[in-house]
Design a protein around this ligand. Structure first.
Ligand SMILES: [Zn+2]
Length: 231
């Protein structure tokens, strides 16, 4: 990501509520969030799900609609095993060649599909390549989507050596959102070392992204408490 786009991304983070735009979670959080894009993949996604289960880690998947349609049982498995399911367009079309109307159509199709598969429409959206325009962003908000980006990129698509060198220098901070891809096998090997790195820093919770954007629960007032107790 070029420096200008990086600057815009973090400026937006400071200005917008987390329900609209999320680059990282609260720094006071007790953990980090692992996110996986571009799947499901028939071979690597099941292996990744096995490994997440072994490590006791919940994650967030941003599925591509046409892959979800091909491997619906994997999307169901994500949800059943306690992971959050978000969407990542229907065809992973190149952002610069995709107008707002086309992207929003793809999102609508993905939401319908996932809604049928898992029983609820996802509200987390990650744009392909992290690229959006104002018109696309406004359209996504109309569809009640939270735009979820990331602040840590292990570049798992560059292979095992790439992810290894990232792991060697990564210092986890509460609220980090880590970008990976379950269409590559390399992220699977990174889960156990990531868990150890985070736990060494007392970051013991692996958070689904949606846990950071729920609306704060309203405090019950003393008066309401009294009336509840009376009934
Ligand atoms: Zn992608």
């Amino acid at each position: 990501m070029n420096p200008l786009r990086q600057a815009i991304k973090f400026t937006m983070t400071g200005l917008l509520p987390r329900q609209k735009w999320l680059v990282n979670g609260p720094r006071s959080a007790n953990g980090i969030a692992l996110t996986f894009d571009d799947g499901p993949h028939p071979e690597f996604t099941p292996r990744l799900l096995d490994e997440l289960q072994r490590q006791g880690v919940a994650a967030t998947f941003f599925v591509v609609g046409d892959a979800a349609a091909r491997y619906p049982e994997l999307v169901r498995r994500m949800a059943v095993e306690g992971h959050a399911v978000g969407t990542h367009s229907y065809t992973h079309s190149e952002p610069r060649q995709t107008c707002a109307k086309q992207l929003l159509n793809e999102v609508r199709r993905s939401l319908d599909l996932c809604g049928n598969l898992i029983g609820y429409e996802p509200t987390l959206f990650r744009p392909p390549k992290g690229q959006l325009t104002l018109a696309k962003t406004l359209g996504l908000w109309k569809l009640k989507q939270t735009v979820v980006l990331w602040n840590q990129d292990p570049r798992d698509y560059q292979g095992l050596s790439g992810i290894q060198s990232w792991l060697n220098q990564y210092q986890p901070r509460g609220g980090d959102i880590v970008l990976m891809h379950d269409i590559h096998p390399h992220c699977i090997a990174a889960i156990a070392p990531l868990v150890r790195l985070a736990e060494a820093r007392q970051l013991t919770e692996f958070v689904r992204v949606d846990q950071w954007i729920q609306k704060p629960k309203r405090e019950v007032s003393d008066l309401e408490l009294q009336s509840i107790q009376k009934t």
